[in-house]
Design a protein around this ligand. Structure first.
Ligand code: 9PG
Length: 541
């Protein structure tokens, strides 16, 4: 029997906080709020202060498992994962946050509702009372989020991430068009820049699921790590251990390791690389054994900075081998990977469910990918999708997750310094650089062959900078004696209205077709190869 809902008719006094136990609770609001803080489920999902009204469902739906918590993607009431807050007035914020692994908050008819019941279809005992602790606080934004973070820290732990690494990452310049020879050249050309880690991203593996060097890395992964270490830096590697594409050997050989729904069908983990993605069952003993061996192999190759990506797949709804709540199964797998990584190596979690990753990773990506463009109007205005790559999306969500800083190093993704091959304005690039300074997590993918000497010096200055940071308001920060204003990134465009609804519906439909996504993928891949070609020409000049 479900426990009766706990109903709190009066919110706490300003400045106070309390912890209550309930599976389901409602908190009446004294008057209608002006804004609602919604916190997306995983790294790439939107976190923002918005109107206290429902937002259009983001599209395409085929990407919901990859971009949102798919179980709640179509909710009519404003929804938030683990923690939600309302603003009555400036400095009068009411926060409702779960201290458990699986809980959600809605704003509904002038009340905040918190639900820790397991989502339907997850387990047989789904409507058993699954009590969790709820943290309720009222006061100014900074204090209510700081108190919530402190309570999370007591339960999930913190992990020291010092010293914060300065990373060169291959993704945002060459994407999948990397190979041994161009990376070697880049690693050499970065010689005098103060990077701590050179991280190889997507493009080295045989397939998503088959984590071995492909033909573009004929000397193998050991040699790649050796090359990086010979330059005096730590070797970093990207992999997505909890997913596999349909065509991978892993999926073909072990279909029983993959998550299925109650009706026995494979659960979709989204669509990327022109293929359907599937999720490993993070409760399956053979999967856990395989994961541990995989991570140990990567460590044995010599990599000591691991960017583990697409981790949301470990917590998708489905019927697991063990009857565990999905986020608990995810956290179990993450613990096993953390142990395999070892305490002395660095673990950056990406595409990861936020709260269940705390205490286990050194750093956490807290927003969508940046890109060399500010915003894609197709995604923002027509598809109402703020999780796709784009600098504005990345800044918006990362700024709204800075309250996680006492718990984990927050990674806002890379900053850009170059003019070549980049459509961002100087001001937009500066915002990204300033965000990185605020997070003190500094990374770039800029290619040395595309940097002017002035740009190279500005990158060097950035890597060496350690400004005093003070948050002045939601959007404004003081960095030493400079004021930085992120307002231009924080707002959301208006939902499609009137005539724009037509192309929006068509695009939403088209974006749901695997053939269309596949076509986009092929176009992207060809653009990446051209980019690589241009990089090659530049470096031989
Ligand atoms: C490699 C990349 C980079 C990047 C990661 C991740 O469809 N999507 O919404 C989507 C979001 C992010 C994403 C890929 C797809 O990028 O964040 O840094 O490592 O994978 O493939």
């Amino acid at each position: 029997m479900p426990t009766p809902p706990l109903k709190l008719d009066s919110p706490p006094e300003a400045g106070s906080s309390q912890i209550v136990n309930a599976s389901y609770l409602t908190l009446s609001l004294p008057h209608p709020p002006q804004l609602f803080y919604r916190h997306g489920w995983q790294s790439w999902s939107l976190a923002a202060w918005t109107e206290p009204t429902p937002l259009p469902v983001q599209r395409p739906a085929i990407l919901h498992p990859l971009q949102t918590d798919p179980h709640y993607a179509n909710d009519k009431s404003p929804h938030s994962s683990w923690v939600g807050a309302v603003e009555f007035d400036e400095d009068d914020i009411l926060l409702l946050g779960s201290l458990g692994l699986d809980a959600h908050v809605w704003l509904n008819e002038n009340q905040l509702e918190g639900d820790a019941l397991r989502p339907k279809g997850v387990s047989k005992g789904q409507h058993e009372a699954d009590e969790c602790e709820w943290f309720i606080a009222r006061g100014n934004e900074k204090s209510v989020f700081a108190k919530y973070a402190a309570e999370l820290g007591k339960r999930f732990g913190k992990r020291s991430s010092k010293p914060l690494p300065r990373v060169w990452c291959s993704w945002y310049s060459l994407y999948t068009a990397i190979d041994e020879s161009i990376l070697h050249r880049i690693f050499d050309d970065l010689n005098d820049l103060p990077f701590d880690v050179l991280q190889v991203d997507d493009g080295w593996q045989l397939s998503i699921g088959d984590w071995e060097a492909n033909e573009k890395f004929p000397s193998g992964m050991n040699a790649l790590a050796e090359k990086i270490k010979s330059t005096g830096r730590k070797a970093g590697l990207w992999l997505a251990p909890l997913i596999a594409v349909e065509s991978s050997r892993l999926f073909q050989e072990h279909p029983d390791w993959f998550l299925r729904s109650e009706n026995g069908k494979f659960v979709s983990a989204g669509f990327n690389w022109g293929e359907q993605l599937y999720a490993l069952d993070t409760s399956h003993p053979a999967v856990l054994e395989w994961l541990s061996a995989l991570i140990k192999q990567v460590r044995a190759w010599g990599f000591d900075y691991l960017k583990l990506d697409f981790l949301y797949a470990g917590a998708l709804p489905g019927k697991r081998f063990m009857d565990l709540p999905r986020e608990e199964a995810y956290r179990g797998a993450l613990k096993i990977m953390r142990d395999a990584i070892g305490a002395d190596a660095y673990f950056l979690a990406c595409g990861a469910p936020i709260i269940p990753s705390l205490g286990l990773c050194n750093a956490l990506r807290v927003g969508p990918d940046v890109s060399d463009k500010w915003e894609d109007p197709r995604d923002a205005t027509l598809l109402y999708n703020f999780t796709t790559p784009g600098t504005r999306n990345a800044i918006r969500t990362s700024i709204n997750r800075l309250w996680l800083q006492p718990l984990v190093a927050v990674d806002p993704d890379v900053a850009y310094f170059i003019e070549q091959e980049n459509a961002l304005s100087l001001e937009q690039k500066q915002l990204l650089q300033d965000l990185a300074l605020i997070c003190n997590f500094k990374a770039t993918s800029d290619l040395p062959q595309w940097m002017t000497s002035a740009e190279r010096e500005s990158l060097r200055g950035f890597l060496q900078a350690a400004p005093q940071v003070k948050q002045l308001s939601r959007a404004k920060f003081q960095l030493d004696d400079r004021i930085v204003d992120f307002s231009s990134a924080l707002a959301l465009p208006n939902p499609p209205r009137g005539l724009t609804k037509l192309p929006a519906t068509f695009l939403g439909w088209l974006g749901n077709r695997p053939f269309a996504l596949n076509m986009f993928h092929r176009l992207n891949e060809s653009a990446f190869r051209k980019k690589r070609g241009r990089a090659e020409i530049e470096s031989s000049k």
